[in-house]
Design a protein around this ligand. Structure first.
Ligand SMILES: Cc1cc2nc3c(=O)[nH]c(=O)nc-3n(C[C@H](O)[C@H](O)[C@H](O)COP(=O)(O)O)c2cc1C
Length: 350
């Protein structure tokens, strides 16, 4: 157990829980598709080295990239998948390697909906509205209620396979304009059945899926949402607060607050500056009593510290910064004079 030398204080090295899962620190690797698989959807050597490097870097929780629950639900033909039992083995290896070096590891389970660009299949969506009229996007077919039931079961089966592989937690991908997110938005969801129309109806697919996972899979569940789609009459932060409260009620363990991704062009483009999505996380944190994860253009230990200090969020997810700098935690330890991460082999580098 390390401690801080001198008067510098830092909270990022504190242990904290998501559900009953204890993380060694407050830094999370955001899920990032690497498009390094092939049509099999299986884990490749690249993924083993890539994720294990971040475990060597002492990241508290690694969230493995969007992993498809069915082959039609991939973003591309090179996505990871966990839609069959043959795919479990590779994920098991990812988990073993991360655990060996001390990081917890979660799997983001996903369906790309109308944003799927898989060559062989036609995408599905709440309504027959394409994400873009340009290639490689295709016009999706509207899914039936019977198919919604099937997709929920596929989320469940994938989560159960993830549990078999040894993952510590599941993240349900309901952000960035993929299938579940498409149902939330009144712009991409024009249904007139029980899954469309009112805010309650548009949230039903996400809530029913999360509820099924909480009931049947004994793992902490994080739900990732886009807090705002940046459109005049679109999904917004107030809707996200409603959804987050409902997710909390059914036992979801954390909300991961991203934004955007449901529209090819937006009417209210935010300024892309450091911490630009943090205010959404803050507003959601004020409304719920479960941990909130902030993400988006957060790149320095000081910014992470500020987010925790100002109670904007409980955890910080880093995306691109961890692609650049897998040893972010060692730099942070040096900056804050924390002596918990003194891997003797790396000591001379700091
Ligand atoms: C290469 C790349 C791939 C991504 N893939 C995913 C993904 O699989 N699932 C997801 O929810 N977000 C994905 N994202 C979004 C990131 O998780 C993160 O929210 C975003 O990059 C903003 O954080 P950052 O500024 O720290 O990079 C991806 C981003 C990048 C750069």
């Amino acid at each position: 157990m390390g401690h801080l030398k001198g008067e510098l204080m830092s909270q990022i090295f504190n242990k904290a829980n998501i559900g009953d899962l204890q993380l060694d620190n407050k830094i999370i690797m955001a899920p990032m598709c690497m498009y390094k698989s092939d049509n099999s959807g299986k884990v490749k050597d690249f993924h083993k080295y890539h994720y294990t490097a971040r475990a060597l870097g002492k990241i508290g929780l690694i969230i493995v990239e969007a992993t498809a629950i069915e082959s039609r639900g991939r973003i591309s033909n090179n996505d990871l998948g966990l839609w069959n039992n043959e795919q479990i083995k590779g994920h098991k290896k990812l988990v073993e390697l991360s655990h060996k070096f001390g990081s917890k590891i979660a799997l983001q389970i996903a369906h790309a909906g109308r944003k799927s660009t898989v060559k062989e299949t036609t995408p599905i969506a709440p309504s027959k509205i394409a994400f873009s009229k340009n290639e490689p996007f295709k016009t999706p077919k509207e899914i039936s209620q019977k198919m919604i039931e099937k997709i929920k079961r596929k989320f469940l089966k994938t989560a159960l396979r993830a549990k078999k592989a040894g993952y510590d937690a599941i993240e349900l991908h309901a952000a960035h304009g993929y299938l579940l997110c498409e149902f939330l938005s009144p712009i991409s969801n024009k249904r007139d059945d029980i899954y469309g129309g009112s805010l309650e109806n548009r949230c039903a697919f996400v809530l029913e899926t999360a509820q099924l996972l909480k009931k049947e899979v004994d793992l902490p569940l994080i739900v990732r949402i886009s807090a705002d789609e940046w459109m005049d009459n679109g999904w917004n932060i107030n809707d996200s607060i409603y959804l987050s409260k409902e997710l909390e009620k059914i036992g979801v363990d954390a909300i991961h607050v991203s934004a955007g991704g449901n529209q090819e062009t937006v009417e209210q483009m935010p300024k892309l500056e450091p911490l630009y999505q943090c205010d959404y996380a803050k507003q959601i944190k004020e409304a719920v009593n479960i941990p909130v994860i902030a993400v988006g253009l957060i790149t320095t230990p000081k910014e992470c510290e500020e987010i925790l200090d100002k109670k904007i969020a409980d955890f910080i997810a880093l995306g691109r910064e961890l692609l650049r700098e897998p040893n972010f935690m060692f730099n942070a330890a040096k900056q804050f004079k924390y002596d918990g991460y003194d891997n003797p082999s790396y000591l001379r580098a700091y």
